[in-house]
Write a protein that binds this ligand. Sequence first.
Ligand code: NDP
Length: 240
Amino acid sequence: MTRTALVTGGTRGIGAAIARALRDSGHQVIATYQGNDEAAAAFTRDTDIPARKWDVSDFAACQQGVADVVETYGSVDVLVNNAGITRDATLHKMEEADWNAVITTNLNSAFNMTRAVINGMREAGFGRIISIASINGQKGQMGQANYAAAKAGLIGFTKSVAQENARRGVTANVVSPGYISTEMVAAVPENVLEKIVGQIPVNRLGEAEEVGQAVAYLASDGAGFVTGSTLSINGGQWMA
Ligand code: NDP
């Protein structure tokens, strides 16, 4: 039986690596995105993974999007809450719009999407909900009060969902990446990057594929006893 996996923000960066890893582990994968049609088309061309477009911060759009996916593919067995943005500023300069955009896109989205799939998973007696947080949600980060709050919120959200649904065969876990080699990190000046790498015991940046492998594990049958956990993928930079 082929399971269906829905990866939000799955057309670029870490999400695309997660989508590929889930495809390679035998899932029917659907990736979602918000607005970059060009990147989504290139991703689908390269991978044969279909992409669907809706805003994960919009509750009604998530209900509709999931209903459409279920109509086409029968179910959503694995949900990866990956879509996320940053709007960095120190708190004393942060605009209300920057706070709201990051909380709605990074945290409300997990409610919107999980709420849309949870009853189907409970009825099926199987489900995997995997949310992508960040090292900065665990340790805090200057200039990222909004982002750290949203990512820390995902961890509390996940522990509650894990408790509520454990008896129905539905697990909920967080994957918390540290510094991963993506377009965003590639834009960081070389001298700053050297300092960052100096703080990572493994002495390199992580690869998006390494996050993808972790998600594929948590989605697998073998991870059925893992729920409510946070798996850090940060090269040893933060061990709490
Ligand atoms: P990217 O910016 O490369 O990709 C973001 C993806 O999310 C895109 O597909 C984008 O769609 C989609 N997206 C953004 N906003 C929305 C929205 N409102 N509705 C639907 N889709 C949306 O992100 P990264 O790969 O860098 O990050 C992925 C996740 O990993 C994020 O949650 C991030 O916080 C987390 N993370 C990243 C780290 C890193 O080093 N990069 C480190 C730790 C955590 P579109 O293409 O249309 O814009």
